[in-house]
Design a protein around this ligand. Structure first.
Ligand code: ATP
Length: 767
C-alpha cells in the first residue's frame, strides 16, 4: 500500500523551480461558506508539471487557484499528474468510493450513476456533486459531519479525496482554515470504517497515525476525528501530562493515534505504542516540525512504521528537510497546492489593517483597537515573548477579560485557557506563536499582531486564526516607524495589502463601548430585569435619560471622563493641537521649526514640551499639528496669539505630510541619528527566542527560526530599542533643543518672524 504524509497550511514555496499554472477557481464565499464550488479538470501537462482547469459551478467571479508541482518535491514523473487531484468524483465511484454500508449494512444507495457518467471527463462541479451525502462515504460519517454543519466538501478536501481513497501518497498545501484536517480525516475514516467491525477487538493496534508539531494542534486533530468518527477509537498523546491515561487508552485498543513526536517516541520506547499495523500516516504541519526541532524524532518514528502504508504530508513550505522526507519516505507522491506562489497567501475574508505605534502608546491603542474592531467578539493578540504575553494580558485585564497562553504555562492550564476562550468565558487571548499554527477556535473576529511576526509564514498563520471556514475576520498589524519597510516586505511576500489606519478616536471608542454594553444588556434575563424595574423607574423620573447614560458610561468602563489622549502618539495626558497660519500672514517657508519658533514666542514652556510635529498636507494652508502635555496645552490656549495665527484642539487628525519632512530635525534629531540606530539593529542582537515550545517532553526544543536580513524580518529581541528610539527621539528633543536656560545659542527652531533658523522672533534682526 502507499503512504500518506500530512497536509499543512500554506505558504509560498521557496523553491525557485516551482512552476505554476493558474486556473479560475471558486472559493468558499462568506455568504455560503459551507458550499464551495468545485472544479473539474481539463488537464494539460507541460514539462512534467501537472495542471488542471477548474470549472466554476456558478456565475460568481472566479478566483485564482494554482496547482503547483515542485519537481524537486516529488518522487517520480507520475507524481506530477496533479490533475488527478481534481479528477471528477465520479472517477472513482466504482472502486474507491464504494460505500462501506453496502458491504457492512447493505446501504450505499446515494452515490454512483451521475458520477459514473463523468468518469474520464471534465468535471463541472456543482453543489450536488460536492454534497458529502452523495459521495458514498460511511453513513455514520456523513451524519456526524452534518450534525456539525459540514455538508459539502471544501476545495482541499475535494482535491485530496480521490487520490487519497485510491491509496496515493500526497503532499498538500492549502490556506489557513480551509479544512485540511478533514481533507486527510475523511479518507482515513472511510478506510478504517470500511475495514469493518472485526478489527475492533480489545487491544487492537493503531491503523492510523497523525503527527502534529504542537500539543494544541494534536488535541484539535483528535477532536475533529473523534467528532467525525465516534465509531473509531482515537487517542491523543502529547507531553506535559501523565503517561498513565495515554498508556491505558492505547492498551485498550485504538484505531487512530494523534500525537506530538516527543511523547510518541517515549511511548514507543516504553513498549506502550506499537506501530506495526499503521496503514495511514499523516504528517501535519511538516515544516513546523522542522521549525521546532522535531526533525530527528519524526524520522525515528517514520523508520518504525511498516513500509506498506499510505502517507499524507501537509506542509506550508517545502524546506530541504521536508523535501528529503518526501523523497525518502513517500511513494510516488501527488502534490496538491491550493495556495500558489504569487497569489495572496491569506485566506479570503480576512481584512488587513496596519497601524503605526510607539512602545508607550501600544497598550492604550491595543485596548482601543479591541474595543472598536472586535466589537465584543473574540480577539487573539500575538506577542513575541512569554513575558510580553503575560504583561499585556495583565494590563488588559483591567479593561477587558483576557488570559495569556504560552509555553511556560502548564499543559493543564493551557487547556483550561483554550477551553475558556472557546466557550467565550473571556474574549481576549494574548498568546505567543504557540497559538499561531493550526488552532481552530470558532468565531475569532480579530487578530492583533502586537509585535511583528518573525517571518511571513508566521504572519499568515497568526492571521489565519480568524477568517476560517469561509468566515470573515480582521487582522491588525502594529508596527513602529522604523519597521515600515518590513511591513512593505510583508505585503510583497504574502501578496496582501494593508489598509493603514490611525488609532481609534476617543469618540469611536466610546461609541463602540456603548454598543457592546447595549448588546450585553440585550442578553439580560427578563426575570432579572423585573427586580430592577422599580429603581429604574424612580431614576428615570429623577434624572431622565441621564440615568441610562450614566449606567452605559459605568458599564463601558468610563465612570470617570476619558483622559485626554494625543492623536499622534496616543499617549494619555497629551493633547494634539493644530496651528494654522492664514495666507496673508505667511513668512515664507513653513516648517516644524516655524512651530517651535512660534511656541517659544507665545509660551516658551510649550516650546520646551512640544512633542511630535506634523505639517498639514494641504498645500493651500500653512499649518501643523503637534502634541503638548494637557496642562501646558490649556495654558497655551489661553494666550494671546499674533494676528493671522490660530491654535485649536483637534479631535481628528487632518491629512498630514507623510512622516513629516525628511530633513526635519526639529528637536535636533537629524537623520543620521536615525540611521545609526537602524544600523545597530543587527543580526547579532536577534538572539532571543519566541517563547514557545510544542511538547512538554520536548520543552524548548526549537531551532530553525529564521529571519531575513534582506527585508528586516525580526527576531523577537529586535524589538529592543526600536521603540525606545522613537520615545527618546521625542523626549530628547525637549531636553536638547530647549534645554536649561533657554539659551538662544541652543535654539533649534525657526524664527516666527522671518522664518530663518537659529534665533527666536524676540531676537530677530528683521523685527
Ligand atoms: N467542508 C466543510 N464545511 C464546513 N466547515 C468545515 C468543512 N471542513 C472543515 N470545516 C471546519 O473548518 C474549520 C477549519 O478547519 P481546519 O482546522 O481543518 O483548517 P486548516 O486548513 O487545518 O487550518 P490551519 O491551516 O489553520 O491549520 C474547522 O472548524 C472545521 O470543522
Amino acid at each position: 500500500m502507499a503512504s500518506i504524509i500530512g497536509v499543512s497550511s500554506l505558504y509560498p514555496s521557496p523553491s525557485p523551480d516551482l512552476s505554476r499554472r493558474v486556473f479560475p477557481f471558486p472559493s468558499p464565499s462568506p455568504s455560503t461558506p459551507e458550499k464551495p464550488h468545485f472544479c473539474g479538470l481539463r488537464a494539460s501537462t507541460t514539462k512534467g508539471f501537472g495542471a488542471c482547469f477548474c470549472a466554476l459551478g456558478r456565475s460568481r467571479p472566479a478566483k485564482q487557484l494554482s496547482l503547483l508541482i515542485p519537481p524537486s518535491a516529488v518522487a517520480s514523473p507520475n507524481s506530477v499528474l496533479s490533475e488527478e487531484a481534481f479528477r471528477g468524483l465520479g472517477g472513482f465511484s466504482s472502486s474507491s468510493l464504494v460505500g462501506d454500508e453496502e458491504e457492512e449494512e447493505g446501504g450505499g444507495e446515494e452515490y454512483g450513476s451521475e458520477a459514473d457518467e463523468s468518469e474520464g471527463e471534465s468535471y463541472d462541479g456543482s453543489d450536488e456533486e460536492l454534497a458529502i451525502a452523495n459521495l458514498g462515504l460511511p453513513r455514520q460519517l456523513v451524519a456526524s459531519l452534518e450534525k456539525r454543519g459540514i455538508t459539502h466538501l471544501f476545495p482541499i478536501q475535494r482535491a485530496v479525496l480521490v487520490p487519497a481513497l485510491e491509496g496515493r501518497d500526497l503532499i498538500a498545501r492549502a490556506k489557513t482554515g480551509t479544512g485540511k484536517t478533514l481533507a486527510f480525516g475523511i479518507p482515513i475514516i472511510k478506510g478504517l470504517t470500511q475495514e469493518g467491525q472485526q478489527t475492533r477487538r480489545l487491544g487492537r493496534l493503531p491503523r492510523a497515525l497523525v503527527l502534529a508539531p504542537t500539543r494544541e494542534l494534536a488535541k484539535q486533530v483528535e477532536k475533529e476525528i473523534k467528532e467525525s468518527a465516534p465509531n473509531l477509537s482515537t487517542v491523543c498523546v502529547y507531553g506535559g501530562v501523565s503517561y498513565n491515561v495515554q498508556q491505558g487508552a492505547l492498551s485498550r485498543g485504538v484505531d487512530v493515534v494523534v500525537g506530538t513526536p516527543g511523547r510518541l517516541i517515549d511511548l514507543i520506547n516504553s513498549n506502550s505504542l506499537h506501530l506495526e499495523e499503521v496503514k495511514y500516516l499523516v504528517l501535519d504541519e511538516a515544516d513546523q516540525m522542522l521549525a521546532v526541532g522535531f526533525e530527528e524524532d519524526v524520522e525515528v518514528i517514520l523508520q518504525k512504521l511498516p513500509s506498506e502504508r499510505q502517507n499524507m504530508l501537509f506542509s506550508a513550505t517545502m524546506p530541504g528537510w521536508v523535501k528529503k522526507l518526501a523523497r525518502r519516505y513517500l511513494n510516488d507522491p501527488l502534490t496538491i497546492d491550493l495556495v500558489g506562489d504569487h497569489d495572496e497567501k491569506l485566506a479570503e475574508g480576512i481584512k488587513l489593517y496596519a497601524i503605526p505605534t510607539t512602545a508607550t502608546s501600544k497598550r492604550t491603542i491595543l485596548s482601543d483597537l479591541i474595543t472598536v474592531y472586535a466589537k465584543g467578539g473574540k480577539t487573539i493578540v500575538f506577542t513575541q515573548t512569554k513575558r510580553d504575553a503575560d504583561e499585556v494580558s495583565m494590563a488588559l485585564t483591567n479593561i477587558i477579560a483576557s488570559e495569556a497562553l504560552h509555553g511556560d504555562i502548564s499543559q493543564h492550564q493551557r487547556e483550561r485557557t483554550l477551553n475558556g476562550f472557546r466557550q467565550g468565558k473571556f474574549t481576549v487571548l494574548v498568546a505567543t506563536d504557540v497559538a499561531a499554527r493550526g488552532l481552530d477556535i470558532p468565531n475569532v473576529d480579530l487578530i492583533i499582531h502586537y509585535e511583528l511576526p518573525n517571518d511571513p509564514e508566521t504572519f499568515v498563520h497568526r492571521s489565519g486564526r480568524t477568517g476560517r471556514a469561509g468566515k470573515e475576520g480582521t487582522a491588525i498589524l502594529m508596527f513602529t516607524s522604523s519597521q515600515r519597510r518590513t511591513v512593505k516586505s510583508l505585503e510583497r511576500d504574502v501578496g496582501c495589502h494593508f489598509e493603514f489606519i490611525s488609532p481609534p478616536s476617543m469618540q469611536e471608542v466610546l461609541e463602540s463601548s456603548a454598543e457592546q454594553v447595549v448588546a450585553t444588556l440585550q442578553g439580560v434575563h427578563p426575570e432579572s430585569i423585573q427586580y430592577f424595574l422599580p429603581t429604574a423607574e424612580r431614576l428615570t423620573q429623577e434624572l431622565g435619560t441621564n440615568a441610562l447614560a450614566a449606567a452605559l458610561a459605568h458599564l463601558s468602563g468610563f465612570s470617570q471622563p476619558p483622559s485626554s489622549r494625543s492623536l499622534i502618539s496616543h499617549e494619555q495626558g497629551w493633547v494634539t493641537l493644530q496651528l494654522v497660519r492664514e495666507p496673508g500672514y505667511s513668512r515664507g517657508f513653513f516648517s516644524a521649526r516655524s512651530v517651535t519658533g512660534f511656541l517659544s514666542d507665545v509660551y516658551s514652556a510649550a516650546a520646551d514640551e512640544v512633542g511630535k510635529i506634523y505639517l498639514l498636507a494641504d498645500e493651500q494652508v500653512q499649518g501643523a499639528v503637534f502634541d503638548l502635555p494637557e496642562e501646558i496645552a490649556k495654558e497655551l490656549l489661553n494666550k494671546q496669539f499674533p494676528p493671522g495665527n490660530t491654535i485649536s484642539k483637534v479631535t481628528k487628525l487632518p491629512p498630514l505630510q507623510d512622516d513629516g519632512p525628511p530633513t526635519d530635525n526639529y528637536g535636533r534629531f537629524p537623520n543620521k541619528d536615525r540611521g545609526s540606530r537602524d544600523r545597530g539593529f543587527s543580526r547579532s542582537s536577534r538572539s532571543r527566542g519566541g517563547g514557545w515550545h510544542s511538547d512538554g517532553d520536548d520543552a524548548f526544543r526549537r531551532g530553525g527560526q529564521r529571519f531575513r536580513t534582506d527585508n528586516n524580518w525580526t527576531k523577537p529581541s529586535s524589538r529592543r530599542s526600536d521603540d525606545d528610539w522613537l520615545i527618546s527621539h521625542r523626549r530628547s528633543s525637549r531636553s536638547s533643543s530647549f534645554g536649561s536656560g533657554r539659551d538662544s545659542r541652543g535654539f533649534g527652531g525657526a524664527c516666527f518672524n522671518c522664518g530663518r533658523s537659529g534665533h527666536r522672533a524676540s531676537e530677530c534682526p528683521n523685527k
